[in-house]
Design a binder for this molecule. Sequence first.
Ligand code: GAR
Length: 198
Amino acid sequence: MALQLLMKKRIAIFASGSGSNAQKLMELYKRNPEVEIALVLTNNPDAYVLQRADNFEIPTHIFDRNEFYRTDNIIDLLKNLDIDLIVLAGFLWLIPKKLVSEYPGRIVNIHPAILPKFGGKGMYGDHVHNAVMAAGETEGGITIHYVNENYDEGEYIYQGKYKIEKGDSLEMIKFKGQQLEHQHYPRIIDGLIKKIKK
Ligand code: GAR
């Protein structure tokens, strides 16, 4: 039992909003003997992801800019919990260089577009979907990628696409993108976490 606990892989999720992707991971790893969501962190005290974490009895941590960018508190917290993989699920702040270098190849993000198009600072949520619509794209998609110190620039792990039909509303595009995210993010994260050796 003790050895099993030591060998258990631990994920920390960073999210700023609703957390529907986070929820898919919480469902996947609920009462899982090998993988656990050990902590949900947010910059937004009103984020619905906090409620979702509570529902799954997952501890949470709310931080502000000062704590995130000017202290080592978050890194200490992650190290103390023996976190193996950091998953960004709708997290809107840039990851500080120091955190990236403490977790090389261990931070993953999901973006609601086929990068490198429609990425970069300010490109999140509806901003992305509006830009995709305004550009008259016939395809939308998602990108799952490693995180470096720049917005949306790390190595791609998976890209998926959906068709945009003439007359699709913003809501429809969002829905198609979200379906794709929910289908693939848990699958990709599970593949990555299983490859991590403890
Ligand atoms: C997701 O669509 C994710 O791709 C996007 O935020 C949404 C969060 O939804 N992330 C970005 O735009 C990052 N630049 P959720 O809170 O329901 O998981």
